[in-house]
Design a binder for this molecule. Structure first.
Ligand SMILES: [Zn+2]
Length: 517
């Protein structure tokens, strides 16, 4: 007789049901797991055997066959342990077979029969809820899984589950962890001077545009970037769920705690392609996906490997990171806002100790590692001028994060109305507007159109660059409360498209002096 229980295989953030079937048959005392298990799933038999031993149980003398169906879906990870153990317990009669019907199970067994933390509890619980099943998971995952709204039984150990299913001691359903609404994000008021960069940061926040700040060390580029999440509106309920699913798979949700503050990920420039866009043994999500609906901050942009930066081009365009495996593709959502910072050259490119000792070629070489198509996806290029002693002696700015965030929220509200019926995978913001909608949304005044068209012709802009200028101009007009895009809005948008004065970036970007008026 076969006993069966449901568990899940993860494909991206999707939890796909897996039927664990256990059959005891006469024959030698051995244990076989079939159905495309990877090494960690095959090792499950040793953990199950040890956990049984610690409870004073022994595996039956028969041959134990564990089938994980469907057989064509690869099974990876250690979270199959608990389902296999419970199905065997039902097969040997230690649990009533009907008690494990209607439950889905994930969890890794420790040798002493305890249950260890497992990644992916939230997507698993959501899938269980959709199948009208309760989820059984380790106690440490209960608060996270309970966010699904379904029934979650979070058990500390295998023995606790045996007692529960035998009706001797019930486990109470888990409750969701805390929701953090406002965590202390650093305030924009701490940054003295840098008015131009602050303005660009506000525009970037309002329309979800990609930003590159260029300035010498100590000019406050990282300080500015870290203040961006404070300007952005909190995650909506749908976004919170999407972000939390990715973070659950990555094992980032501490004690089931969710946060409505947008993610801010700042990978080091030595990050590999797998770390950036996902991959590795279990096709884990990368930084681009962990920054979904938030900010991906790349400090020292030219120091990143060119290959790693180019791997970000697809997520930047499609909002999706695709990881190729041997016989399939794993997809993670990755609709993030890119903020990057760079010194003007390898030497630092600032005054004093950071002065360039090699001349203009040094700057050109430094930026030549970044491909033109990557730079083409950046909407706002901005100078972060060196901070002077005079800047530091200024009184704190009158305006801080609260004031700027209020303007951003108002501009985002206008955009939400405008793109209200945007497709599911696009955010209702200017950055995600598609070409045809954009022309309608912009309502370009004739002076503005003439300016942008002239710039596009003179500078031989790509179609992508042209549309990105329109999007930024639309955001500037939204911040201004204007229904149509006037010449002044288009002119400001164009100033951000040029390479900053102090840098010699590749010729794929025009310099300000190349536009004649
Ligand atoms: Zn230099």
């Amino acid at each position: 007789m076969i006993s069966r229980i449901t568990t899940f295989a993860f494909e991206g953030v999707e939890a796909r049901p897996v039927d664990v079937q256990v059959q005891l048959s006469g024959g030698s005392n051995n244990f076989a797991i079939v159905g495309l298990p990877d090494k960690s799933v095959r090792e499950s038999q040793d953990r199950v055997r040890a956990a049984f031993q610690s409870l004073g149980l022994s595996l039956p003398p028969d041959r134990v066959i564990v089938n994980l169906a469907p057989a064509d879906l690869p099974k990876e990870g250690s979270h199959y342990d608990l389902a296999i153990a419970l199905a065997i317990l039902a097969a040997i009669g230690a649990l009533p077979r009907d008690s494990i019907e209607g439950v889905a199970v994930i969890g890794e067994l420790a040798l002493d029969g305890g249950l260890a933390d497992t990644a992916g509890a939230l997507p698993a619980a959501m899938a269980a809820e959709a199948m009208e099943m309760a989820l059984v998971c380790p106690a440490s995952c209960g608060a996270e899984a309970a966010w699904s709204g379904g029934t979650v039984l979070a058990a500390p150990s295998l023995i606790a589950l045996i007692n529960h299913f035998n009706g001797t001691r019930h486990i109470m359903p888990a409750k969701p962890g805390p929701l953090l609404d406002g965590v202390a994000v650093p305030d924009l008021r701490d940054v003295k001077g840098q008015e131009g960069a602050k303005r660009a940061l506000e525009i970037a926040a309002a329309g979800g545009h990609n930003l590159l700040m260029i300035g010498p060390p100590g000019s406050g580029k990282s300080m500015l970037a870290q203040r961006l999440p404070g300007l952005l509106p909190p995650l909506s309920a749908r976004e919170l769920l999407e972000v939390s699913q990715v973070h659950s798979i990555a094992g980032l949700l501490q004690r089931g705690q969710l946060s409505r503050i947008r993610p801010f990920r700042a990978p080091h420039h030595s990050a590999s392609m797998a770390a950036m866009v996902g991959g590795g043994v279990k096709a884990k999500p990368g930084e681009a996906s962990m920054a979904h609906h938030g900010v991906l901050f790349l400090d020292e942009l030219p120091e990143f490997s060119a290959q790693v930066l180019d791997s970000l081009r697809t997520p930047l365009e499609n909002g999706e990171a695709v990881i190729s495996r041997a016989n399939r593709h794993v997809k993670y959502p990755s609709r993030f806002q890119l903020v990057a910072a760079a010194n003007p050259c390898k030497c630092g490119g600032g005054p004093g100790a950071f002065a360039c000792r090699k001349g203009p070629a040094c700057q050109a070489n430094y930026f030549s590692r970044i491909s033109g198509p990557f730079l083409d996806r950046i909407d706002l290029f901005v100078d972060a001028a060196p901070v002077t002693a005079a800047d530091l002696s200024l009184p704190p700015p009158v305006e801080g994060t609260a004031e700027a965030a209020a303007r951003v929220a108002a501009a985002r509200e206008v955009q939400a109305k405008r793109y209200g019926d945007a497709p599911h995978n696009r955010r209702p913001i200017n950055a995600d507007a598609l070409g045809a909608d954009l022309e309608d949304a912009c309502r370009l005044e004739s002076g503005a159109r003439a300016l942008v068209v002239k710039a596009a012709e003179q500078l031989a802009l790509s179609a992508r660059a042209y549309h990105r200028i329109l999007k930024v101009a639309r955001t500037i007009a939204d911040l201004d409360g204007a229904t149509s895009v006037a010449r002044v809005h288009a002119a400001e948008a164009l100033t951000y498209r040029f390479r900053p004065a102090q840098s010699a970036m590749p010729a794929s970007l025009p310099s300000r002096s190349s536009l004649t008026t």
